[in-house]
Design a binder for this molecule. Structure first.
Ligand SMILES: [Zn+2]
Length: 460
């Protein structure tokens, strides 16, 4: 950098000089490399998982987590820190137990799926009918299913990009409604997970197209293996099941928002964040304590470097796990504001390996400085048109550009939505690589006067 340019930049930051000044590649590289020594993301993840723990949507713990977030974001020096509340339908987990009563009596380990119905108080005992896939269940004769406990298995392979979660996850998302409509007494699925531990994976499902709630639960992978073997013996198999889950009215949830006000408010908002709520079995470390921690730590590195051109808005979304209620509420309140770009971290804390975008064709060349800044971290550029984020769906549909920093998901579904989602699973070195990647990306996009959107139509 020339001495003149350095002086100009120093003057610009000292006087909050209003002209758009792009972050130079050298500035971005310096911020990125400094962020590799970040301690804040760990501090936030450790604090949230220790002082709050699980943060189930609508729970008292989620409310305490919002207050915790406000105190933390204020202490870090962000502006306009506030909570935006909304109501959600609240589901209580209760207890879930199951045992094979015939032909080989034994206990099974399982957990209820979100929005599961309950068994009668004393439980229910019924014959099991097994299916090797969701398609097999869809094709079932209702007479064969009526009054029985449906069991649906599958095979889910680990993958760096996590892509099996889409199709395999449909066993959880759709299986319960299909089984209910076929007249099943209850449904058990193989956990949507890639581990081999006796730790079941919960997750949300909705009763769609008027399906009436029935008890719905996931067996741990080894228990699903066991039930498969028992069924293969060819004798009638009965299970006694007790689930006391229930819907329990409306509860309050909310999004926590903080900002770095940009030099040019008309330049629009760069939205980054993750979701504050978690499932209740673990402490929500990788899903998604690290997501709010990584994005907040990156924003803090930008804040400390001087005022960016565009406003950076950090959102810790509430109630993502039960259907992205926080993302929907955010969109309803803020859709009239200009969003320059949005990005969410919600895939654990292992290293970022790819960066994807959803920007206009005209803006694709403007992604080059981001790609160049990410390459030294071992991050490759993926496609334009594919980036998304569960809390960003409505923004994306409205044309807001999206950037995704994809994390390595190879072991994510070993832990996802289980009691094993705890702080010890976070690798501090990989967490810091995430912060460096987000810092580099933010340094470019928050200071780049190029417009990336609106993105209309299908860009894939
Ligand atoms: Zn998540």
């Amino acid at each position: 950098m020339s001495r003149f340019k350095m002086l100009a930049l120093a003057a610009a930051s000292a006087l909050s000089f209003p002209l758009p000044v792009q972050a130079s590649p050298e500035q971005t590289a310096r911020l990125r490399d400094a962020a590799l020594a970040d301690t804040l993301a760990w501090d936030i993840t450790e604090g949230l998982t220790t002082e709050i723990g699980q943060r189930k949507a609508g729970s008292d713990a989620e409310a305490r987590a919002r207050d915790w977030a406000v105190a933390k974001l204020k202490a870090l020096g962000f502006s306009n820190v506030r909570i935006e509340t909304f109501d959600i339908p609240y589901w209580e987990r209760g207890i879930a137990t199951a045992e094979i009563t015939a032909p080989f009596p034994q206990q099974l380990i399982l957990t209820a799926l979100g929005n599961s119905g309950a068994t009668p108080d004393k439980g229910l005992t019924a014959e099991v009918i097994g299916f090797d896939s969701l398609d097999e269940l869809k094709a079932a004769d209702p007479a064969a299913v009526k009054g029985k406990i449906v069991f649906v298995t599958h095979r889910m392979a680990p993958a760096q990009d996590g892509s099996p979660y889409g199709p395999v996850g449909n066993v959880r998302r759709q299986g319960p409604s299909i089984a209910s409509k076929l007249g099943a007494a209850a449904i058990l699925i193989r956990s949507i997970g890639t581990d081999h531990h006796r730790v079941p994976h919960t997750g949300v499902q909705d009763w769609s197209n008027g399906a009436k709630p029935i008890p719905a639960a996931a067996l741990s992978n080894p228990d699903a293996d066991q039930l498969e073997r028992v069924l293969k013996r060819g004798k009638p198999v009965s299970i006694a099941l007790t689930i006391t889950a229930k819907m329990a009215g409306k509860r309050q949830s909310g999004n926590v928002i903080a900002e770095i006000t940009g030099r040019d408010p008309a330049a629009g908002i760069v939205l980054v964040g993750g979701h504050l709520d978690s499932w209740d079995l673990g402490t929500g470390a990788i899903d998604d304590g690290t997501g709010v921690a990584i994005t907040t730590a990156a924003a803090k590195h930008i804040l400390d470097a001087g005022q960016p051109l565009r406003t950076i808005r950090i959102v810790w979304f509430g109630s993502e796990e039960i259907g992205s209620f926080g993302g929907t509420n955010y969109f309803d309140r803020h859709k009239a504001e200009k969003h320059h770009v949005a990005a969410e971290s919600d895939f654990g804390a292992d290293r970022v390996w790819r960066f994807e975008t959803r920007v206009t064709d005209a803006a694709v060349p403007a992604m080059k400085p981001i790609a160049a800044a990410l390459l030294p971290l071992g991050i490759v550029q993926g496609h334009n048109g594919t980036a998304d984020g569960s809390d960003l769906d409505e923004l994306a549909k409205s044309g807001v550009p999206i950037i995704a920093l994809s994390q390595d998901g190879t072991r994510y579904f070993d832990l996802h939505h289980t009691a094993d989602d705890t702080l010890d699973k976070v690798d501090p070195a990989q967490l810091r690589q995430n912060v460096a990647a987000w810092t580099a990306m933010l340094s470019v996009v928050a200071n780049d006067p190029t417009e990336y959107g609106p993105v209309t139509g299908k860009t894939e």
